[in-house]
Design a binder for this molecule. Structure first.
Ligand code: FAD
Length: 468
């Protein structure tokens, strides 16, 4: 069969990994095609992930700040929420970015083909459009960036609109009176924060013995405390064993250490993780090895088992984060164009944009303990930060983890407002091999939350001694 389209390199999937790879490949002079199943570029992150969730979290934050302003003598009264307008705001934010991407693709002469791609051979992808028509694309090189999708727990009545995954929850159909969130990880808690802010009564169940199981327990505590204060009901070591659609709500049965009082919920959000799309692209027809769970194995240059095919982003493994995908996308494009490079990132930061935010990077205390690493910790409580006191948000802290032998920073954890903004400094310090003095002696502006990073280093090196 004759190919309908030919190109030097095709990128399959236009999420943050895919569009970055395509733009970089085009900038390096490669004739590039970008295949995306949806009409908009941007993938999960822009359309139904990072960006819309943060737009809604901003609204929840404003509502919450207004509610607490009484403490300094300002009363805004009860918020009046126009849900259509809020949804419009969120859609506008997303639209601005996806439109920008379409322009950037055009500017670079990246050919965007809409449809679902599947391999038919080691050098061919068949693309099926929404109308069922197919096109055969022949390529010399390929970058797979087909991402992931929400895990749909079996046993839930998924055909009932009241059972939602994160994509559904971000549609903001209404503000349910009672919302059950299954899964106390980052996505579940961000959505819990949004809906709580908008007025839902929120219950969270989590199988593990702490929220956000990947983070150190001390980092999670200020968030757990605040959620409790806000009336969010959190149930650890507990799982849903049955969920049935009933007239008055979704009827849920639980099992575990902490059974919620209610059984009936107006909506249930299932946020128990994401599954890679590796099994949905007929990768074996290109001779690729795909792991049992759907992840595609790659080497340090993002090459799959077929040297002319690369894979990046959520589809190659954890952490499933946009900033990992973009870096991998750039690398894959550069290697495909002939540059001799490999993945050398030491650390990838994680952020939960909850209230307070939790951010961590590099070695956690849990990990150090599990691996028997000899580390020391410098921890600066925000109760001693003038800025945090002024913001009436003193529950946070900043901690740095140092390698005892080299005195180099190897990890950091921050909880508090804007923790996500603050973690980058620690990531840079780790990447640069900074020692405790490098951080402690760098002059940070006062009064900022950022200076807590330097102060955590000073706690570790013994300059600050009178905090506790
Ligand atoms: P994706 O973004 O999943 O993109 C893959 C693209 O490929 C999709 O557009 C898909 O339609 C397309 N595709 C798949 N198969 C095919 C095919 N066969 N043919 C054609 N096209 C195909 N990460 C962060 O770093 N920060 C956050 O704040 C954050 N918040 C999140 C909030 C939510 C609610 C969710 C769900 C995720 C969040 N993430 C966040 C994770 C982030 O969205 C992902 O890590 C990121 O989108 C992965 O990028 P990717 O390029 O690998 O794939």
């Amino acid at each position: 069969r004759k190919a309908d389209v030919e190109c030097r390199i095709v990128v399959l999937g236009a999420g943050p990994g895919g569009y970055t790879a395509a733009f970089r490949a085009a900038d390096l002079g490669l004739d590039t095609v970008l295949v995306e199943r949806y009409p908009e570029l941007g993938g999960v992150c822009l359309n139904v992930g990072c960006i819309p969730s943060k737009a809604l979290l901003h609204a929840a934050d404003v509502i919450d700040q207004a509610a607490h302003a009484g403490a300094f003598g300002v009363d805004f009264g009860k918020p009046k929420i126009d849900i259509d307008k809020l949804r419009g705001y969120k859609d506008g934010v997303v639209g601005q970015l996806t439109k920008g991407l379409a322009g950037m693709a055009k500017q670079r002469k990246v050919r965007v083909l809409q449809g679902t791609g599947r391999f038919v051979s080691a050098n061919e992808i068949e693309i099926t459009g929404d109308d069922g028509k197919t096109q055969l694309l022949r390529f010399e090189q390929c970058i797979i960036a087909a991402g992931s999708q929400a895990l749909k727990l079996p046993g839930f009545p998924w055909d009932d609109g009241r059972v939602m995954d994160s994509t559904d929850a971000l549609q903001l159909a209404d503000v349910p009176k009672k919302l059950l969130v299954v899964g106390g990880g980052i996505i579940g808690l961000e959505m819990a924060t949004v809906y709580r802010g908008l007025g839902s009564e929120v219950t969270v169940v989590e199988l593990a013995d702490q929220l956000i199981p990947g983070a150190d327990r001390d980092l999670v505590k200020p968030l757990a405390d605040r959620l409790k204060k806000q009336g969010v009901s959190v149930h650890l070591k507990t799982k849903v064993v049955e969920a049935k659609a009933a007239k008055k709500g979704i009827d849920v049965a639980f099992e575990g250490d902490s059974i919620p009082d209610g059984k009936l919920y107006d909506r249930v959000l299932v946020a128990v993780g994401r599954a890679p799309n590796g099994k949905k692209i007929d990768a074996e027809k290109a001779g690729l090895r795909v792991g049992e769970r759907g992840f595609i194995d790659v080497d340090a240059q993002m090459r799959t088992s077929a040297p002319h095919i690369f894979a990046i982003g959520d589809i190659v493994g954890q952490p499933m984060l946009a900033h990992k995908a973009t870096h991998e996308g750039k690398l894959a494009a550069e290697v495909a164009a002939g540059e001799k490079k490999e993945w050398v990132a030491r650390v990838i930061p994680s952020v939960a944009y909850t209230d307070p935010e939790i951010a961590w990077v590099g070695v956690t205390e849990n990990e150090a303990k599990a691996k028997g690493l000899k580390v020391g910790v410098g921890k600066f409580p925000w109760a001693a930060s003038g800025r945090a006191i002024g913001l009436a948000r003193t529950e946070g802290f900043t901690k740095l983890v140092f390698d005892e032998a080299t005195q180099r920073v190897v990890g950091a954890g921050i909880v508090g407002v804007h923790a996500g903004e603050l973690i980058s400094e620690a990531a840079l310090a780790i990447e640069m091999g900074a020692e405790v003095g490098d951080i402690a002696h760098t002059i940070h502006p006062h009064p900022t939350l950022g200076e807590s990073v330097a102060m955590a280093a000073e706690v570790y090196d013994g300059t600050i001694t009178d905090l506790y």
